[in-house]
Design a binder for this molecule. Structure first.
Ligand SMILES: Cc1ncc(COP(=O)(O)O)c(C=O)c1O
Length: 376
């Protein structure tokens, strides 16, 4: 289903997923559509993003009305920051080494409002992060902005438990699900985030420059980042777009990016999400946990530490070296066509369904050789 040659071991979905053949074909067909613009009708502008909303909504257990189309995670977190009140001296809680798209908007917010950033440090190795997060939430907390699993090593956050405490504190919960949506089961109704954002190009197996933002119904009347005509009521009637409307369209369409149809990218995202739903996220998660388990066991034999299974997402493995990851390790592996990432202190392995035992064997043969040579 993927265009991955036998001599390439791509263990780096957390960096960027490869496109399936079917997804690339959907993109190619979508590019050709604009060769014949006379075939593009007004309903196409709305049906395409609505199908994208519907599928992403199913992936996280929400309704299509709650989903806005965005170009990047930073756009979604900017909407969350724009619509969140932080009083002087109030706290915005983040995790250590979090991905910057869910950090920078909050640094700005803190500057503007006189709020304070509180960073919850990584817990001692082998202990869970959630209790420290819960301890850090108090009556002074305005925002808790974090991921479902950490992008460097897959450390899991119990979002159901955190969500409960955030609600008790009357704070706002902003989840960056880019490294989890599509590979880790998630249910909006149990976590109840205020905002949740995900880019399409990793575990949603979709294209770059497209993402989705979930906005909880209580924030639906919030302010968009831009005033797109397509987000307004009655936008389907192109002849009457000159009748400017104060009202917005249904759901959270008002939060959409401009040109949210994404004629070329959306058909790819749709095809990819259909396939993910067809496989089933529970099945994907179980299969990837099995793959990372095998890798973790073999890595332990080389003295490489990883988080215990109950503390990490199944699709992630961060391998720790006692003296830090050797500087040129990713390059040495890439020279052997084995691809992974170093993020923070971890050598990050993020497989997907296209990875086989063959890839795992190649990885360990290469590690034996490279690390053996370095130790010699
Ligand atoms: C956790 C996480 N969030 C977001 C992104 C991408 O953010 P953006 O869409 O703003 O470029 C990445 C990319 O690596 C990521 O790992």
């Amino acid at each position: 289903m993927f265009d991955i040659p036998d001599d390439v071991s791509y263990l780096n979905c957390g960096y960027m997923s490869p496109l399936m053949h079917s997804v690339a074909a959907a993109g190619e067909a979508a590019v050709r559509v604009k060769q014949h613009p006379w075939e593009i009708t007004a309903p196409d502008f709305f049906e395409l993003p609505n199908r994208g909303r519907e599928l992403f909504a199913r992936i996280i257990g929400a309704a299509w009305q709650d989903i806005a189309v965005i170009p990047a995670v930073s756009y979604g977190t900017a909407i969350a920051a724009l619509n969140t009140r932080v009083g002087a001296g109030q706290e915005i809680l983040l995790l250590q080494d979090q991905f910057p798209s869910n950090v920078y908007p909050w640094l700005e917010k803190a500057k503007e409002s006189g709020g304070r950033i509180v960073t919850v440090p990584r817990p001692a190795f082998g202990t869970p992060w959630t209790p420290a997060i819960i301890d850090a939430i108090g009556e002074n907390t305005a925002v808790v902005a974090l991921p479902h699993c950490h992008w460097t090593d897959g450390a899991l956050v119990d979002l159901v438990a955190v969500g409960e405490v955030v609600r008790e504190a009357n704070a706002v919960l902003v989840v960056d699900a880019t490294q989890s949506a599509g590979a880790l089961p998630f249910d909006i109704s149990t976590v109840q985030p205020d905002y949740l954002v995900a880019a399409a190009y990793k575990w949603l197996l979709g294209p770059y420059s497209l993402g989705f933002l979930y906005v909880a119904p209580q924030h639906r009347e919030g302010r968009p980042l831009e005033q797109s005509w397509a987000g307004r009521k009655g936008a389907e009637n192109f002849a009457r777009l000159v009748d400017y409307q104060d009202e917005y369209g249904p759901g959270v369409k008002r939060m959409d990016m401009g040109e949210s149809t994404q004629f070329h990218l959306m058909p790819m995202a749709i095809r990819a999400m259909e396939q993910i739903l067809d496989w089933g996220i529970e099945n994907i998660a179980a299969t990837l946990m099995e793959k990372t388990r095998q890798i973790a066991e073999r890595a332990a034999g080389l003295g490489l530490a990883s988080l215990p299974e109950e503390l990490r997402a199944g699709h992630f493995l961060g391998l720790g070296f006692t003296d830090g990851v050797p500087d040129d390790l990713p390059e040495q592996l890439a020279a052997r066509k084995i691809f992974l990432s170093v993020r923070g202190e971890s050598m990050r392995i993020t497989p997907h369904l296209y990875n086989s035992e063959h890839d795992v064997n190649r990885l360990f043969e290469a590690l034996d050789s490279v690390l053996g040579r370095q130790r010699a």
